[in-house]
Design a protein around this ligand. Structure first.
Ligand code: GRF
Length: 202
């Protein structure tokens, strides 16, 4: 099976997925890592691991539709069974989302449905929540919605800053995301009426 990973920056989740795929000998290959930014740090790691990389700069396209069409064209040259959004900081058009329906996952740094969108760690602190975390979900047209595959919770501790909380969540993202992707690759996930059934939720 072919996995294409989309990033915009650091790429630590992408790195965790690449390392898990290698260490656990997944029946899948990371066919490409694609970024909308040439300066995305994660591209260096991917290239150093022999993974094809590509940059589709969103700034080169006049509309979201034009960018998404160009991006899909590059993605589809790799015949993806799964598209993995890993810190990909673009809002996707409904046409793009539809094209990858049922085969595109995202990780979001909150316990959805709490705190969709940006600045989730600040929002969790401001709300005074005792727990925060991350969610892996299938991508649907509505931002940070879509059937939830799995979640992980971490405690919010006294004295936490957005940075300390983000670091605690990120460590768990690196466990959560590879495991969820592996379930997909092993055909262990089914979606029925907007609900995901899988190993965590039989
Ligand atoms: C992660 O917190 C992820 O949940 C969010 O963006 C961040 C990306 O970090 N969508 P990285 O690029 O994977 O290091």
């Amino acid at each position: 099976k072919n996995i294409v990973i989309l990033i915009s920056g650091r790429g630590s989740n992408m790195e965790a997925v690449v390392r898990a795929a290698q260490a656990e000998a997944w029946p899948a290959r990371i066919a490409a890592v694609i970024s909308n930014r040439a300066d995305a740090k994660g591209l260096e790691f991917a290239a150093a691991h022999g993974i094809a990389t590509a940059v589709v700069p969103n700034k080169d396209y006049p509309t979201r539709e034009a960018f998404d069409a160009a991006l899909a064209e590059v993605i589809d040259t790799h015949a993806p069974d799964l598209v993995v959004l890993a810190g990909f900081m673009r809002i996707l058009t409904p046409g793009f989302v539809e094209h990858y329906a049922g085969r595109m996952l995202n990780i979001h740094p909150s316990l959805l449905p709490h705190f969709p969108g940006l600045h989730t760690h600040e929002a969790a602190l401001a709300a005074g929540h005792a727990e925060h975390g991350a969610t892996v979900h299938f991508v649907t047209a509505e931002l940070d919605h879509g059937p939830v595959v799995d979640q992980v919770a971490v405690p919010v501790l006294p004295g936490d800053t957005a940075q300390s909380l983000a670091a605690r969540v990120l460590e768990q993202e690196h466990v959560l995301y590879p495991r969820a992707i592996r379930w997909f690759i092993e055909d262990k996930l089914t979606v029925e009426n907007g609900r995901v059934y899988g190993p965590h939720n039989p």
